[in-house]
Design a protein around this ligand. Structure first.
Ligand code: HEM
Length: 423
C-alpha cells in the first residue's frame, strides 16, 4: 500500500518561524493541518514534526529512533556539550544512563532537599535591605551553590554569580541566535575549563571528594574498562550542574503561580502534602520549559500510514503534548487539582521527556527537580513574607527558554524562623 502524504508546510524553511513562535510553533501548525504530524524544513534540512501522547510513545521507541546526529552542533557547543548521554544509543546509552540513575536514590534526593532548604534560608535572610530582589537571578545563585555542594564540586563563594550566569547562558543559548548564542558558547568553554581541571585533580589524587558523590562517580566511571575521556566526563558533570541551576526557572514559575492564585498558596501553607505534589506537577505541565526534543529515524518505517524515512529528523512537541486538550481538560488553566484523580501515562505528561528513566532518554533529574521545587515553594510560602510590586509578569512564548519578563521582583522580604520538617 502506498504511504499517505504527510501534511507539508509550504515554505522553503521554517527555522525563522520556529524562532519567532517558539513553544507554539508545532502546536499551531498541527491545528492548521488538523493533524498530529506535518513535515517541513528546519535549519535547511527536512524534518517531521509530531505532537501528542501517541507521537511521544513513537519517538521514545528506540526500535525506530536514535539520538546520534539529532542534536545540531549549535546545541552541542552550548547546551548539551559533545558526546554526552543525550547523544548515545542502545547499550552505550543504557550503561551511561545507569551511572546517572545511580545518583538518584532516596538518600541522595533527601540530601539535595536538605542543602536546598539551608541555602534558601541563608540567602533569603540577607534580602531584607529595602532593595528589590530579582528572584530568578537569586534562585539561580542559590541553585548553583546547591548544585556544587550536592555534586561535590568545590567553589569559592565569590565565584558563584559568575558560574550561575554561565550555566544560565548555556540554557539561554537554546533558542537564541547572535550574541546570546555566542555568550552560551563562551559560557560552555569557561565552565568546561573549570570542571575539567577539577576532574583531573580528583583523578590525580590532588583533590579529595566524597566517594559516592556525583563528582567522584563521574571522575572514576569506566567505559570499556577505561576511565571516561576527560572531556566527556566534564560534559557529564556539567549535565548535572547546569540543569540543577535551571530548576530556578521552575521555582520562579511556582512563585508566580502562588502570587496569581492565592488560594493555591493558602493550600500549600496549610501543609497539604498531596496538594503540594499536584501543585509542582501542574507548574511543570503548565509553564513552558522544554519546547521539543529531536530524534532521527533508525530505519525506514510506517506509522499510521505515513512513511518515516531512514535518517529523517523528527521533532516531538513537548509543550504542546502537555497542553493537548484531548488529554488535559481546559489545558490553558492552572489547576493543580487536575492531578487528584488523574495519573497521566508515561507519554502524556512529558515536561522531562517520556517513557522509562533507565532505558529511554527521559530526564534522570526528574525527582531531584521535584524535591528542590517543593522545598523552595514551601520556603517561599511558609517561611518568607514579601511584597510583590507591580511588574510585567508576562511570559513570552517565543523566547526559549521562557520566564516572566520582570524575572519576578519581590520586596521587603522577611524570613520567619523555619521549623525543619519533611516536605
Ligand atoms: C530544570 C528542570 C529540568 C528540565 C526542564 C529537564 C528537561 C529534560 C528533558 C525534556 C529531557 C529529555 C530530553 C530527551 O528526550 O532527549 C532531559 C534529559 C536529561 N536531563 Fe533533565 N531536566 C531538568 C532537570 C534535570 C536535572 C536536575 C538533571 C540532573 C541530573 C538533569 C539531567 C538530565 C540528563 C543527563 C538528561 C539526558 C538523559 C538521557 O539522554 O538519557 N535534568 N531533561
Amino acid at each position: 500500500m502506498e504511504a499517505k502524504q504527510i501534511p507539508t508546510e509550504k515554505v522553503l524553511d521554517s527555522s525563522f518561524a520556529l524562532m519567532k513562535e517558539g513553544y507554539n510553533f508545532i502546536r499551531k501548525r498541527c491545528e492548521v493541518h488538523k493533524s498530529d504530524i506535518f513535515s517541513t524544513r528546519v535549519m535547511f534540512q527536512p524534518a517531521i514534526c509530531v505532537s501528542g501522547g501517541e507521537a511521544a510513545a513513537l519517538v521514545y521507541d528506540s526500535k525506530h529512533f536514535v539520538r546520534k546526529g539529532a542534536a545540531p552542533m549549535r546545541f552541542q557547543k552550548t547546551l548539551f556539550g559533545q558526546k554526552g548521554v543525550q547523544t548515545l544509543d542502545d547499550v552505550l546509552h543504557r550503561k551511561r544512563k545507569e551511572m546517572f540513575m545511580s545518583l538518584m536514590g532516596q538518600e541522595q534526593i533527601a540530601h539535595l532537599g536538605r542543602i536546598t532548604r539551608e541555602q534558601w534560608l541563608m540567602a533569603a535572610s540577607q534580602w531584607d535591605n529595602g532593595k528589590p530582589v530579582y528572584l530568578l537571578d537569586e534562585a539561580q545563585k542559590i541553585m548553583c551553590i546547591v548544585a556544587c555542594q550536592w555534586t561535590g564540586v568545590p567553589f569559592k563563594s565569590e565565584e558563584i554569580a559568575r558560574r550561575s550566569n554561565e550555566f544560565g547562558a548555556m540554557v539561554d543559548a537554546f533558542g537564541t541566535v547572535g550574541s546570546s548564542h555566542l555568550k552560551g558558547k563562551y559560557a560552555r568553554l569557561s565552565s568546561e575549563r573549570w570542571i575539567r581541571g577539577l576532574i583531573s585533580q580528583v583523578r590525580g589524587g590532588w583533590l579529595s571528594t566524597a566517594p559516592g558523590s556525583p563528582m567522584y562517580i563521574i571522575s572514576f566511571y569506566k567505559e570499556h574498562g577505561k576511565l571516561l575521556d576527560l572531556k566527556v566526563a566534564t560534559v557529564e558533570l556539567i549535565n548535572i550542574l547546569r540543569p540543577i541551576v535551571a530548576i530556578a526557572n521552575y521555582i520562579v514559575f511556582a512563585a508566580v503561580a502562588m502570587h496569581q492564585y492565592p488560594s493555591a498558596k493558602r493550600k500549600i501553607v496549610s501543609g497539604d502534602k498531596n496538594y503540594m505534589e499536584w501543585f509542582v506537577h501542574e507548574v511543570r505541565r503548565f509553564f513552558p520549559f522544554t519546547p521539543f526534543v529531536g530524534a532521527r529515524v533508525r530505519d525506514t518505517f510506517t506509522w499510521k500510514g505515513y512513511e518515516f524515512p531512514k535518517g529523517m529528523l523528527v521533532l516531538l512537541d513537548v509543550y504542546g503534548t502537555d497542553h493537548d486538550p484531548r488529554k488535559w481538560e481546559r489545558p490553558e488553566e492552572f489547576r493543580p487539582e487536575r492531578f487528584k484523580n488523574f495519573t497521566p501515562g508515561a507519554f502524556d505528561f512529558i515536561p522531562r521527556g517520556g517513557g522509562d528513566h533507565y532505558t529511554n532518554h527521559r530526564c534522570p533529574g526528574e525527582w531531584i527537580t521535584i524535591e528542590a521545587t517543593k522545598v523552595a515553594v514551601k520556603f517561599l510560602a511558609t517561611f518568607m513574607e514579601y511584597d510583590v510590586p507591580d511588574q510585567d509578569l508576562n511570559i513570552d512564548l517565543s523566547r526559549m527558554p521562557a520566564f516572566p519578563k520582570s524575572r519576578f521582583i519581590i520586596m521587603n522580604v522577611k524570613v520567619k524562623e523555619p521549623v525543619y520538617e519533611a516536605v
